[in-house]
Design a protein around this ligand. Structure first.
Ligand SMILES: [Zn+2]
Length: 401
């Protein structure tokens, strides 16, 4: 491995949300970025520099909410088959989804759970994943209250157990705790809210246990009351958060709680149901309302981490990140701000220090996307190169995706 490298790029989006820089040169030593300067054609280092003068460099991406065991197909037969499939079938599907994430420059995903904990088993057992440069953070099986929504992605505590007891006796080897604290977003009645599944007190005990074992608590919550309970308890991230309202957004900004709005789920769904149907119209209204909340969140300074809920109907692994980025931009985010949600903010939420921003002292781990920034986010569907610790990994990646 060459110890010293120079890479010239036409544009740099560094993941901090700051302005796009033009014509820069990265100086890389032993896999780390030593300096980022303006590139000057004709100087002594220029001859040695790798030239990406017509391309944009940005950090590798993080999808902070996926379900790797489920595909985004709208075919009810295929979905039903996946729901009842055994581990041997599902592990092939998971591998395919992982490859799609990699091909879109996504080097870390946070999984939101599955009823059989297959993603956890895959991450912990399968050898092929160890060869792939992707960080998969797993929830195992999430938790919901008996009789309420959540059976697809988790389980309920035993009849004689409290939520706290169930979590204390849970020995799954997981990275974070997933709690389902509301119903699904209604696709038939605009703005319909459901009651919380757990109280703030119950959730607060979960947060205490999670802290003891160094885990964070991600909470599926739509509607004012379910979100308010999760915030009062000190949970770390709110997933979806449809119809949570401005008061909850203000609290999130104050407490630094991360929001993962998964807005594309509504657009993806609308694109797969009959135009003019109630479900179509309500999902579009839900989407518009969510974009309004995202815009408000930006104003208030809420930290948003991009997550797609890939595996929902119409939400394909990898590609959905492009769509979610477009929706953040539609809600008023600049391109660098939207990229920050999909890089720095996601990496921080997952506790990943190896990438997320491109700055001096950081590992030289980044993507090269063809064209100027106006080609983003679409250019993420055909990434020119991926560098990991200063090494161009694209050739190696092609063998896995
Ligand atoms: Zn989910």
């Amino acid at each position: 491995m060459e110890d010293t490298k120079f890479i010239d790029a036409g544009w740099l989006i560094d993941g901090t949300g700051g302005p796009v820089r033009k014509n820069i040169r990265l100086h890389i030593e032993k896999g780390r970025i030593v300096s980022i300067n303006d590139s000057c054609a004709g100087d002594s280092a220029a001859a040695k520099a790798t030239d990406f003068g017509s391309s944009t460099i940005l950090p590798c991406l993080v999808d902070s909410h996926v379900h790797l065991w489920m595909s985004g197909t709208d075919d009810p037969v295929a979905r039903e088959k996946q729901l009842s499939a055994g581990f041997d079938e599902i592990k092939v599907i998971i591998s395919e989804h992982v490859k799609r994430h990699l091909s879109h420059g996504i080097l870390a995903v946070r999984d939101g759970g599955d009823k059989d904990a297959y993603v956890m088993r895959y991450r912990n057992e399968c050898i092929d994943i160890k060869k792939m440069p992707i960080d998969i953070r797993v929830a195992g099986r999430g938790w919901h209250r008996a009789g309420r929504y959540g059976g697809l992605i988790g389980r309920a505590p035993e009849e004689d157990q409290s939520l706290t007891e169930a979590i204390q006796y849970d020995h799954e080897v997981k990275d974070h705790i997933k709690i389902v604290n509301s119903g699904l977003n209604s696709l038939k009645e605009f703005g319909k809210e459901t009651l919380p599944q757990f109280s703030a007190e119950e959730l607060s005990d979960v947060v205490k246990i999670a802290k003891k074992c160094g885990r964070r608590v991600m909470v599926h919550a739509n509607g004012k009351k379910p979100v308010a309970a999760a915030l009062a308890a000190g949970c770390h991230s709110i997933e979806h958060g449809f119809f949570m309202g401005s008061e909850n957004l203000k609290i999130m900004a104050e407490k630094g709680v991360v929001w993962v709005p998964t807005a594309f789920t509504m657009k993806g769904y609308a694109e797969h149901v009959e135009n003019g149907s109630v479900e179509h119209d309500v999902s579009i209204m839900n989407l518009d309302h969510q974009l309004g909340q995202i815009s408000k969140a930006r104003e208030l300074g809420v930290t948003i981490a991009l997550g797609t809920d890939a595996g929902s109907i119409g939400v394909d692994h990898g590609y959905a990140v492009i769509e979610e980025l477009k929706l953040l931009i539609a809600a008023g985010y600049s391109l660098p701000e939207a990229i920050r949600c999909a890089t720095c903010n996601g990496a921080r939420l997952l506790g990943i220090g190896a990438f997320g921003v491109i700055s001096e002292g950081m590992a030289a781990t980044f993507l090269v996307a063809k064209g100027d920034p106006s080609k983003l986010p679409d250019a993420l569907s055909a990434i020119e190169a991926i560098y990991i610790n200063g090494m161009c990994a694209s050739d190696g990646l092609k063998s896995v995706y």
